[in-house]
Design a protein around this ligand. Structure first.
Ligand code: ADP
Ligand code: FDM
Ligand code: MG
Length: 212
């Protein structure tokens, strides 16, 4: 019997949009309703590559810009066998950032084009749904100060937002823009509705390949 695969669901958005909060709530809600679900995040800081990335983000070491871009991508590729296994077993994966952050953040740096930045992630498992948590810089500022990590400045975040907007024009990806300015509970309701629809339809179509 062909068992039903899980769905690959990604949350993207700028700093403080509520990605981590909502990934956790979605996984909890899916599990409570009897649907196998697990959270993943990128970067996954626990691997050897992830530790290099983490210390780069914490500004404990510097890495050349192309090099760190390829490490972020490698950090996704190293998790692909596990992701595929879980999806095949019927577990829905709820992922906090993915290749879209990869392309948006690096291409916001001087001297990088979006096209080059997307290349290393071509062929990754394609998300069945990518929800972009939309929040204005003013509203994000109300949620607290920027942290100490690399990229956490308003100028850079605005450039990243513009790159996300370019990526969202790609009709080969199932983008849903979510109004992240609502309350945690109301954002959760919107995200749950989209996710349940996707979990049902993912069972009838094979997992795709990103940007191919
Ligand atoms: P991200 O992972 O996108 O950076 P977080 O989930 O860490 O965002 O949330 C950033 C901050 O904003 C946290 O303090 C969180 O409690 C708060 N927050 C998250 N969602 C909302 C919301 N809908 N309304 C108000 N505050 C929120
Ligand atoms: N980031 C994340 C990248 O620059 N490239 C990537 O491929 C990914 C997945 O890492 F500033 C950046 C985005 C953000 C940081 O922060 C991760 P969080 O708070 O762990 O999401
Ligand atoms: Mg987060």
């Amino acid at each position: 019997m062909a068992s039903k695969r899980g769905a690959l669901i990604v949350l993207e958005g700028v700093d403080k949009a509520g990605k981590t909060t909502q990934c956790q709530k979605l996984v909890q809600a899916l599990q409570q309703s009897g649907r196998p679900a697990e959270m993943m995040r990128f970067p996954e800081r626990s691997t050897t590559i992830g530790k290099l990335i983490s210390s780069y983000l914490e500004k404990k070491n510097d890495l050349e810009d192309h090099t760190v871009h390829l490490l972020f991508s490698a950090n996704r590729w190293e998790l692909v066998p596990l992701m595929k296994k879980k999806l095949e077993q019927g577990t829905t994966l709820v992922v906090d950032r993915y290749a879209f952050s990869g392309a948006a953040f690096t291409s916001a740096k001087p001297g990088f084009c979006l096209d080059w930045c997307m290349k290393p992630d071509v062929g990754l498992p394609k998300p069945d749904l990518v929800m972009f948590l939309q929040l204005s810089p003013a509203e994000a500022a109300l949620r607290g100060q920027f942290g100490e990590e690399r990229y956490e400045t308003s100028v850079f975040q605005k450039a990243v937002q513009q790159k996300f907007e370019q990526l969202m024009k790609d009709p080969s990806v199932n983008w849903q823009v979510i109004d992240a300015s609502k309350s945690v509970e109301n954002v959760h309701k919107d995200i749950t509705t989209h996710s349940l629809n996707t979990i049902n339809t993912a069972q009838t179509v094979p997992l795709g390949e990103l940007w191919k």
